[in-house]
Write a protein that binds this ligand. Structure first.
Ligand code: PMT
Length: 401
């Protein structure tokens, strides 16, 4: 997707700099050329050697290096690229860029560039919400800069809040959205469900499952990267909202179905959520109490709506392609075939979620694609790679590859 694209990556001095190494690796995997500038502070966190080993390019660190200036010069460095990415974008470098301060190579290049700019801010949450930072960010955005993140969550210093650098795959998605061209799924709307559902027992307890949302969120990111306008309906997860995707947050299966129905029409639906099959028929309105020796309460369950089957059999707005998952612990293919028929979808991605496989919550997955033509086993892959392959298979099936 980024074949032949030239990225200038400015790595500033923050603990998140280690994630930029992964970003360099992923950019190169997609065919981009990556030149990197490391600020002096960044070199306290990652070394020029590790960056140049991954980028396979020389790394630039010094505005006053005669060799650097002789070989390329900071003005050419600033212009000889399709996109400038700053990751991590520290409060210090954001401020310099907004004010036009040029006192080292990174800030000088940011002043000298006429290329699109993508910032992945990373800093303490109080620094992020400081009025000066917000003003400087707003200034840069008003001048045309794009933001990836920052995300909310635990920060390196032990505090929690908004300030975590976006994950490499999120920055990559933002880069692909800026540079990747229209993509094979351009003009199509994709609807993805992800994560678990929480079915309340009472105001403080709920029934849930072990889904992390990683697989569903990765699919939404891959479909968006392939150019689809993507709506992600997510149950409760710890994941940050996927960049470039409209995210609808829900808790229960009933809410998930309502959000999906509201998002229709869609051309593509991928149901990766682990939806609870049952809910408590009548959730208690007050916290259930343990009283003396009274017997433990018995929960009366009621079936939840089947979102995948509803979309696959939708009378007015059936998506052109409806894809479900089958999470099984035995007879994987037989159960997947039965679900394909019962739910009326076009493909089922069957994954064995037996204890020990690590698929629930893990970063890898092994799927078999089951459709009317047969069974296609995929090798063990990262969830991101499963998502990319699925997006490519969808593009082929819809005649878009
Ligand atoms: O979230 P991760 O930690 O990354 O893990 C990924 C995953 C294992 C959750 C994912 O790969 C997966 O298998 N998702 C489907 C889980 C599931 O609920 O499977 P199922 O066999 O119970 O359901 C079959 C299909 O019907 C699924 O597409 C499911 O989304 C859908 N369904 C099920 C019940 C229901 N009430 N509504 C539904 O839409």
């Amino acid at each position: 997707m980024l074949q032949g694209r030239r990225i200038l990556l400015v790595i500033a001095g923050g603990i998140a700099a280690y994630k930029s190494l992964e970003l360099v690796r992923r950019l190169r995997e997609r065919g981009a050329t990556v030149r990197c500038i490391l600020t002096r502070a960044a070199q306290e966190f990652v070394t020029p050697l590790s960056v140049s080993t991954l980028s396979r390019e020389r790394v630039f660190t010094d505005l006053f290096s005669l060799t650097d200036e002789h070989e390329i010069g900071h003005i050419r460095l600033a212009r000889d690229c399709d996109l400038v990415v700053v990751a991590p974008a520290t409060a210090d470098l954001v401020t310099k860029a907004a004010l036009g301060i040029a006192d080292d190579l990174a800030s000088t290049v940011l002043l000298a560039t006429d290329r699109p700019l993508l910032l992945a801010p990373a800093m303490n949450h109080v620094m992020w919400s400081a009025a000066s930072t917000q003003t400087n960010i707003a200034t840069l955005v008003a001048r045309g800069a794009t933001l990836a993140g920052p995300n909310a969550g635990p920060l390196a210093e032990g505090e929690t809040g908004i300030g975590r650098m976006a994950e490499p795959h999120e920055i990559l998605a933002a880069i692909e959205a800026l540079l990747g061209g229209p993509g094979p799924l351009a003009g199509l709307h994709a609807l993805v469900t992800s994560g678990p559902t929480h079915e309340p027992i009472d105001p403080v307890r709920y029934i849930a499952n072990r889904s992390s949302g990683k697989q569903g969120h990765a699919i939404a990111a891959a479909l968006a990267a392939a150019g689809a306008r993507t709506t992600l309906v997510s149950g409760p997860t710890r994941l940050a909202d996927t960049q470039g995707v409209a995210v609808l947050h829900v808790e229960t299966a009933a809410q998930m179905l309502a959000a999906c129905e509201a998002a229709l029409p869609a051309d593509i639906a991928v149901c990766a959520a682990a939806v609870a099959d049952w809910r408590v028929a009548t959730a208690a309105t007050q916290k259930l109490k343990k009283t003396g020796d009274a017997p433990a309460p018995v929960l009366q369950l009621a079936p939840n709506p089947d979102i995948l089957a509803t979309l696959a059999r939708h009378a007015r707005h059936r998506p052109r392609l409806v894809v479900g998952f089958a999470a099984e612990t035995e007879d994987l293919i037989a159960h997947a075939r039965a679900k394909l028929a019962k739910k009326g979808c076009d493909w089922i991605l069957a994954n064995d979620v037996s204890p020990g496989t690590g698929i629930f919550g893990g970063d890898a997955n092994t799927v078999h694609v089951v459709d009317a033509a047969g069974v296609e086993p995929w090798p063990p892959l990262s969830k991101d790679e499963v998502a990319r392959r699925l997006a490519a298979r969808i593009a082929t099936a819809l005649g878009r590859s």
